[in-house]
Design a protein around this ligand. Sequence first.
Ligand SMILES: NC(=O)c1ccc[n+]([C@@H]2O[C@H](COP(=O)([O-])OP(=O)(O)OC[C@H]3O[C@@H](n4cnc5c(N)ncnc54)[C@H](O)[C@@H]3O)[C@@H](O)[C@H]2O)c1
Length: 255
Amino acid sequence: MDLGLKGKVALVTGAGSQIGFGKEIALLLAKEGCDAVAVTDINIDDAKLTAEAIKKLGKKSIAVKADITRQADVAALVKKVIDEYKKIDILCNVAGGIANRVQYDKAKPEDWDKDIHLNLHSILLTCQAVLPYMREKKSGAIVNIGSGSTRMYEHGAGNAYALAKSGVDTFTKQVAFNEAKNGIRCNCVAPGPAPTNFIPGPDKKGLVEMLAKTIPMGRGATQADIANATAFFASDLSGYVTGQILHVSGGSVLD
Ligand SMILES: NC(=O)c1ccc[n+]([C@@H]2O[C@H](COP(=O)([O-])OP(=O)(O)OC[C@H]3O[C@@H](n4cnc5c(N)ncnc54)[C@H](O)[C@@H]3O)[C@@H](O)[C@H]2O)c1
């Protein structure tokens, strides 16, 4: 099936982790037709590895170092991608994680700040930087990576991460509503637990298998599960779909 990605330029944040969703998404977008996939991460050495893997597929790529919570870094990142490829058709906001595990009964307001900076302010900054270029072309697709923890309370109970990701859901809808007239769509993929560096400790697969006992399909998510859903939202196949939160979590969230 043709996803309509030929000639498109994508920017994927959080694409450094070599076992993470961002790398898998970047590679899939390149395989499925994008001409160029720019990747960014706070860890530039890992982002370079991802860019090299994209180039091996015969597609263009640059790796740019950016702390996605810093406005100056994001502005420089987007300028670099525009200088190189002249446009950004697809923005995948993947960078994120749990910055603080303090539960609400013990949390100080400042304990919440780190999660809100990393998971919510980050996508505010990237969207603000990229949207003007998409508006100019009257076209664009933004995919935010949210989290099943907003609805699977056993996985998000009491921490600021789930609150920040709930903000990602609402922000997705705000952008979708306001930018529809500009030909820009914005959707969100909300993963269930998957064995990336997001999962603490050395035995990531073991921990995900343990968490998967409460998942109706009986397994955790794979990187490919999340990349496939993201590619759908990034592509013309979802051309009439905006403002949606797609839970990719094996039946854990059913409405
Ligand atoms: N893996 C899961 O179980 C799971 C479940 C639900 C949601 N998520 C979400 O999926 C997204 C991707 O995470 P992942 O699972 O691939 O984890 P990961 O830790 O493997 O990858 C996250 C990447 O983001 C980068 N990053 C972190 N802070 C950054 C910053 N300030 N600036 C730039 N880059 C930064 C990291 O260096 C890393 O490469 C995150 O938003 C996470 O919250 C993950």
